[in-house]
Design a protein around this ligand. Structure first.
Ligand SMILES: Nc1nc2c(ncn2[C@@H]2O[C@H](COP(=O)(O)OP(=O)(O)OP(=O)(O)O)[C@@H](O)[C@H]2O)c(=O)[nH]1
Ligand SMILES: [Mg+2]
Length: 236
């Protein structure tokens, strides 16, 4: 590699500039997201062979909003003040030039008190089944509102996925609505979640302030494009 001359318009590569271009690449890729399909149950989902990244968590935690923020699209996923807005498994395709190289999955939230018990149980089974058996599932993003902390249902979910995480499934806890926390509350929430995440990654995130956006985008890109996979990386 040559060192640019002082007159060169190309700035020298530095530790500060490298992560930025990785984030830009990741955000450009996420912006290609488009609706793929929706399904009320697992067996209606198409079998896919590209990496799938699922967003899970309590109802109202901010899953759909996070997908919209990451993809820089206002209404790709349905977000709402009313809990229980997402009721189907929704898949979004990612990839440049119309090619699909990964999929994001928006799942209905759990723990919404007003849902009838039978429906809750049915949904927990659908989700557990999805998390355990979806073959191309590459990563799970657990969305958690740090003002409520990890709930019993989040812990159950962690237990369900633990064997797959041990086999290499990637796992990220996103602490949402960070704009509602002071700096020290954020730092505290982060360290508690790190203990609970059992080796998974943890990030603070805010859709309104865009906190954590570049970092989460870059992680998702890296997970969907593991080294040795098809050479579609670093397009100009
Ligand atoms: N202040 C703030 N509000 C947020 C943020 N993310 C989401 N929200 C709000 O939280 C509410 C729920 O967001 P959704 O994205 O619909 O939550 P969800 O997890 O998809 O909910 P379900 O589909 O019911 O499972 C909405 O009113 C959002 O505007 C954030 O980062 N900051
Ligand atoms: Mg939703």
């Amino acid at each position: 590699m040559t060192t640019p001359s002082p007159s060169s318009p190309v700035p020298p590569a530095s530790a500060a500039s490298a992560p930025k271009s990785a984030a830009q690449q990741a955000l450009g890729w996420l912006h290609t997201a488009r609706f793929l399909t929706t399904a009320p149950q697992l067996h209606f989902l198409p079998e896919l062979d590209v990496p799938e990244i699922a967003f899970v968590g309590r109802s109202n935690a901010g899953k759909s909003t996070c997908i919209n923020t990451l993809t820089q699209q206002k209404q790709l996923a349905f977000a709402s003040k009313r809990p229980g807005r997402t009721q189907h498994i929704n898949l979004f395709a990612l990839g440049k030039q119309g090619q699909m190289d990964a999929v994001l999955t928006d799942l209905p939230g759990y723990g919404y008190a007003a849902v009838p018990k039978q429906d809750k149980i049915r949904w927990q089974q659908v989700m557990a089944n999805y998390l355990v058996s979806r073959k191309n599932l590459q990563a799970i993003v657990l969305m958690c509102d740090p003002r409520h902390g990890m709930t019993e249902l989040d812990e159950i979910l962690l237990d369900v996925i633990r064997p797959r995480v041990e086999e290499g499934l990637k796992f990220l806890v996103v602490l949402t609505k960070a704009d509602k926390l002071t700096r020290s509350e954020g730092a505290k929430a982060l360290s508690i979640a790190k203990l609970q995440a059992g080796g998974g990654q943890v990030r603070l995130f805010s859709a309104t302030k865009r906190t954590g956006l570049e970092d989460v985008a870059t992680l998702l890109w890296d997970w969907a494009h593991p080294p040795g996979a098809a050479a579609t990386l670093l397009q100009p």
